[in-house]
Write a protein that binds this ligand. Sequence first.
Ligand code: SAM
Ligand code: SF4
Length: 330
Amino acid sequence: MLSKPLIDRYNRNLNYLRISITDRCNLKCIYCMPRKLIPMLPHKDILRYEEILRIVKIGVRLGISKVRVTGGEPLIRKGVFGFLEQLSIIDGLSDISLTTNGVLLKDSINRIKSSGVNRINISVDTLNKEKFYKITGYDYFDQIWEGIEQAEKMNFNPIKLNVVPLKGINDDELIEIARLSFTYPFHIRFIEYMPIGANQINADRHLLAPEIKKRIEPLGRLIPVVKSAHDGPAERFKFEGALGEIGFIQPISRHFCHACNRLRLSASGQLRPCLLSEYQEDLKSLLRKGCLDNELATAFFEAVRKKPSEHNLSTDHPPKVLSQMCVIGG
Ligand code: SAM
Ligand code: SF4
């Protein structure tokens, strides 16, 4: 019974699990974390590492082959490197990646590399120190940039830089950010803002991919890149002569639901088949009632069965997802 692939009603093979290991963060990005104090999950409600590992092992027996560790900020959780090492020895996982804001990257890059992480995404929305402070509430820009350069030296390949463009916040820098792809082998990923969680950014600040493309056009023609096995939903391009790439993740202007292969495990132990739907299977309660592996597998199948064909977010639809991104895992 534990070897059925996770194929949903729309014939999508859900082989990718994104895991939020904490809802805590050392930044407060304006599009993600409210500036005012919000209640964090009590520690007892956050899945323990051994619980996450048990879930991943069951997921792998059902067909999960890739995981991404995210948050909140994953590098602030105590014991994260030991957890990554445990993940990397799970037979059947072919790809382990990490998304981080980079604040702690400089001092942890060796441990990340030796723990078996193949790929990292680093979120950085500006190249300007003052603006970084405005966006995140903290003065860590130089530290993050050192971490990014350190990661490059350690030959992580590719290093993706995640950027959420917002009008009047960082849209005057899109060209400078895209220009990085000429000097570094980075994959710059422009991600459309999604209205998720309690504090949402006004619609007049939203910036969609077609407009972002126009803004960076002066740098040259965007040449499409052929997709590869580990590609996510990004539409990929390269400027002629560039070392790196430019990608667009367009959940709003051109949603990729038909090709979505993701499940998400939230910090609070909920298995969610769609980032933009509140439906979830409560794995934590099952685990803490002392369930059998088969019961967890059944919950996986139920989540897969209920994965919606697509989300209903658009520029005209008001947002419905009130769970915080840092709990679900971005
Ligand atoms: N703290 C880590 C970081 O920032 O990379 C990992 C967690 S963060 C939630 C993961 C990704 O989600 C980041 O790249 C961030 O830019 C993105 N993100 C957060 N809130 C978002 C939103 N409302 N719309 C689009 N992307 C968002
Ligand atoms: Fe923290 Fe990442 Fe959210 Fe920024 S995007 S507040 S770094 S979890």
